[in-house]
Write a protein that binds this ligand. Structure first.
Ligand code: HEM
Length: 220
């Protein structure tokens, strides 16, 4: 029978491997999307690239930097990590708003109706949601204004941030079900591409619930 210490070692090693995999996927996905969409080749080409960059790379990094196992700035103080989180989330929101503006303008130029697909609708909700989440994040600076304790605000921010991230992954998945993508990327490559946001969502879900929500649940 395995000693408890051995179990923890294996658990830790698995979490480290999952975290490392998430770093690689978060970068590999937008690179793959750039290869497929060739940003700059048309106005549309910027949409999938900017969205993949915003949600898969920047937003994932903004969350992974809090990972106790695989944060790229592990040795830095909590204050620096929070600042980097803000900066990256701001950058991700900017890329997402730009990606939304580009696809909307492209549809306007081509006289196509707006927000008619599930991807378009969920995508619009996602961008609006992350804008509200960013505004909500500012309230963490002024908890007294909200009349809530800082720990309660942090719990709400982490929970609703996770919802926003999952919405982003869902929008990426629905985007990969679009006619444009399914005609361009086929077979096993399509399945591999679809696995990226699914695996990222699992790692981030695990990180937030383990490191934050579970701890809060256990408090009386
Ligand atoms: C989280 C990431 C994404 C968000 C929030 C998002 C958002 C949107 C929105 C709101 C629209 C509709 C615009 C309008 O009707 O005026 C749209 C359209 C479109 N997007 Fe995305 N998108 C994302 C990622 C992607 C990805 C990764 C792809 C390609 C793989 C993609 C492909 C398309 C296509 C082909 C359209 C036009 C057809 C349609 O409206 O469904 N999107 N997107």
């Amino acid at each position: 029978m395995a000693e408890p210490g051995e179990d923890y070692w294996l658990y830790g090693a698995l979490r480290k491997a999952a975290g490392t995999g998430a770093h690689l996927l978060s970068l590999g996905f937008p690179i793959g999307m750039a290869v497929v969409s060739k940003p700059g080749s048309s106005l549309f080409s910027w949409h999938p690239f900017l969205m993949a960059l915003a949600f898969s790379f920047i937003m994932t990094q903004a969350l992974l930097l809090f990972s106790p196992e695989t944060s790229l700035i592990m040795s830095y103080s909590r204050k620096i990590k929070v600042r980097a989180h803000w900066l990256l989330q701001g950058l991700a929101s900017t890329c997402a708003i730009l990606g939304l503006a580009i696809i909307s303008f492209n549809k306007y130029l081509n006289d196509k109706p707006h927000f008619t697909s599930w991807h378009g609708l969920v995508g619009l909700v996602t961008v609006l949601y992350i804008c509200m989440q960013s505004i909500g994040g500012v309230s963490l600076l002024y908890p007294k204004l909200m009349n809530w304790s800082l720990s309660k605000l942090k719990l709400y921010h982490a929970t609703s941030g996770l919802v926003g991230y999952l919405l982003g992954c869902t929008s990426l998945l629905l985007g990969m079900c679009s006619t444009w993508f399914t005609e361009t990327v086929t077979g096993i490559t399509w399945y591999l591409a679809v696995c990226c946001p699914v695996l990222l969502a699992l790692v981030i879900m695990n990180q937030i619930s383990n490191a934050y929500l579970k701890k809060k649940r256990m408090q009386p």
